[in-house]
Design a protein around this ligand. Structure first.
Ligand code: ZN
Length: 113
């Protein structure tokens, strides 16, 4: 369940940001989760909803945006979308040498008052 510890991390971050900006209520939060970040969006969202009870995120709408995984092939330099970490180059079936996107988990925006 590393989704739960990530959810608590995000909650801690949001809470301290809110305190810095004297925010009392957050209406909406957008979080980007990369497809190959190893984080299950549904599990993460549920974990965050549970963790958010009685916090500044209680009643906030939680919006998860999944960004696609991207890799660059080590033999032909093709860039392609990756469904998972073991995805192979569609061109030559090699493993990508470099993951160029889709591993992030970050807070994109918050709507607050
Ligand atoms: Zn290739």
């Amino acid at each position: 369940m590393h989704e739960l510890s990530l959810a608590l991390e995000v909650l801690g971050l949001v809470t301290s940001e809110a305190a810095k900006n004297r925010v009392k209520v957050i209406h909406e939060i957008q979080i980007e989760i990369g497809k190959i970040s190893g984080v299950e969006s549904d599990v993460f969202q549920a974990a965050l909803e549970i963790s958010a009870r009685n916090s500044i995120l209680d009643n906030a709408r939680i919006i998860i945006i999944n960004s696609p995984g991207k890799g660059r092939c080590m033999s032909c330099s093709e860039e392609f979308d990756m469904e998972d970490l073991l995805a192979l180059c569609p061109n030559c079936q090699h493993q990508p040498s470099e993951i160029t996107g889709g591993r992030e988990l970050k807070v994109l925006s918050m709507m607050a008052e």
